[in-house]
Structure formats: structure tokens, C-alpha cells
Design a protein around this ligand. Sequence first.
Ligand code: ATP
Ligand code: LTN
Length: 334
Amino acid sequence: METEKKKLFSAVQPSGAVTIGNYIGAIRNFVGLQGEYDCIYAVADLHAITVKQEPAALRRNTLELMALFIACGIDPEKCVLFVQSHVPAHCELTWVLNTITYPGELSRMTQFKDKSAKHADNVNMGLMDYPVLMVSDILLYQAALVPIGADQKQHLELTRDLAVRFNNRYGQTFTVPEPFIPAGSGARVMSLADPSKKMSKSDENPNGFITMSDDKDTIVRKCKRAVTDSGSEVRAAADKPGVTNLMTIYGAFTGKSFEETEREFAGKGYGDFKLAVGEAVADALAPIQAEKARLLKDKAYLDGVMKRGEESARRIAARTLSKVYRKVGFYRGE
Ligand code: ATP
Ligand code: LTN
């Protein structure tokens, strides 16, 4: 009999246009890991509504993200691809896990603090409970590995804490997962407009990020405008965060190491380098964009993928949830 592979879970929020930061930090690894693990990937729409979303845009972004996953190389025949709100167990497990989570654990989360400051008019309970929903996503599927960018590391630590806490209190129930965070600077791609800030799709300055659907002119323009450092040498260094960030992006799309890039641009200035970065990104994204556009014309296909994903996800999730309900003492009949 074939042995069951270990499970892997990750998700991306349909909260706007996906950036090359999401791609480099997470989605690229979703693709790379699909042979080695049983992979389960979700469009995290329940997470997205923790900040205000325009309903029509949320609906559109959900479909677009599903198409983007497939266009990037996630194979729906090999992986489970689904929409989080289609599987009620995510909310059900969140309720149970809320009862073993302390408010202090959530209020000190960096993402909660950042988002509360940014959306001061809408600091809602969902925003605070966001990490527990994420914990539920992961634990429901008994995931051993979770590919994420560095910004999500704290949430993974909470996942491990809650899995251990539940297991200690009620007996072995959950697999304790490990994060899979890209080595080096790809784990945290910085804003092109301010290299001290993470590149974020919800940045109000669109020059800070490149989206997966930006056209070549836009990408080249954003790279040319990217904030660089004093001096003119293309070299990765702590005191050159802008140039180092562009080198990370360049490397992610060309496979070139920092040393190779330094050699390639020795004696050339920032202008030549920025143009090359823009062109490399645009050339790498072009086939993904074409495939995504093709998929979006076939809604019946995308709906079918989601439906199949939902069925598989429900099956796996129901098994864990039923175990949890039994362990906590919910009466299930004799
Ligand atoms: P928002 O900006 O709306 O908060 P986000 O892009 O930070 O959204 P998600 O869409 O949920 O959040 O992120 C999906 C994945 O992309 C996560 O694994 C996250 O760690 C990763 N990620 C997000 N931004 C970056 C970045 N700048 N560099 C590397 N990885 C990133
Ligand atoms: N919170 C994540 C998205 C996300 C996620 C998950 C990632 C929701 N559920 C489960 C890994 C595992 C973010 O990147 N902002």
C-alpha cells in the first residue's frame, strides 16, 4: 500500500491584487512543494472580511485568486484547492479553540497591532481573532508543514502553542505543524517606495508594490521609481536596503544569486539595473497572466475546481472536527 504523504496547508486572502511579495514569499513555494506533500490550499475569504471589503470586489477577487493559483502552477488534480467559507468546520473549530486562547495572546500579535493602527475606525473582534481562525485552518487538516512569508511566523507559533495546549488537555488530537519560510530576504519582500516596510497589497501607495496583474509598462515604471540608496553600486548590503530588495526580486524571477547579479551589473548604475529588474519581472509574469486570463473565461471550470476542492476539504475537516467534539465532551449519541 502506498504510504500517505504528510499534509501541507496554506492560504492567501482575497483582499486585493496579489503582489509579487505574496508570490515570492508564499505562492512560489506552494507550487514547489506539491510533489512532496499532500497539499491543501485555500482562498481565505473569512480572513479577508476582518478589514472592510466591498462585497462585489471580494467575490471577484476570490475567483481571480483561484485562477491565479492554477496559473502559477498549482495543479488542481494533485492538490485540494478550495474557498475557506465553503467549509463550515473552519468557523466551528475556531469557536472551540477560542476557549483555550487568552486575549493577551491575541492583543500582542504584531499583525493585530499594525492592522488596528491602520484601520482604527474598524478594530473588530474578527481582526483580533484572526490568528485563531488561521490556527483552525491549519489544525483541521493535520498539516505538518505550512509555507508562509516571515510576517506570519508569530501566527504559526500560536498554532503550535494551541495544538500542544489542546493535546495536553484533551489527549493527542492535532499534528503540531512546522513553518516553511523561504531562506534569506525572499521571506520578506519590501515596499518599493519604502524599503523599511513590507510590500503589502493594501498599501495606499500603488508604487510600493507590483501586482501579479500589472502590465509591463507599469512594472518597469514602478521599478524605475523604486527608492534606492546613496551611492551607485549594485551590491547587497545592510546599508543598501532598496538595492538589496530589488536584487531579491531580480533573483526570484531569474534564479540569479546576489553574487551573479553584482557581477552582471559591475560598473553599471542603478538605472540599468532597475530596467533589467522591471523587464525580468514582466517577462516572468507574462505567461502567468495569459494563463490566468484564459482560466477566467472558463468560469464553469473554476467553479468545478472549487466544488471538488470543497468536497475533499469537507471530508478531511469533518474527521478532525468530529474527533475534537468527542474529546471536549459534546454528546454525540450513544
Ligand atoms: P494584506 O496586505 O492585505 O494584509 P498580505 O499580502 O500581507 O495581505 P496574505 O494575502 O494573506 O496577506 O498573504 C499571503 C502570503 O503571502 C502569506 O504567507 C504572507 O506571509 C506572504 N506575504 C505577504 N506579504 C509578503 C511580503 N512582502 N514578502 C514575502 N511574503 C509575503
Ligand atoms: N493569515 C495568512 C493567510 C492565511 C494562512 C492560513 C496562511 C489564512 N489562513 C493558514 C497559512 C495557513 C496571511 O498570510 N495573512
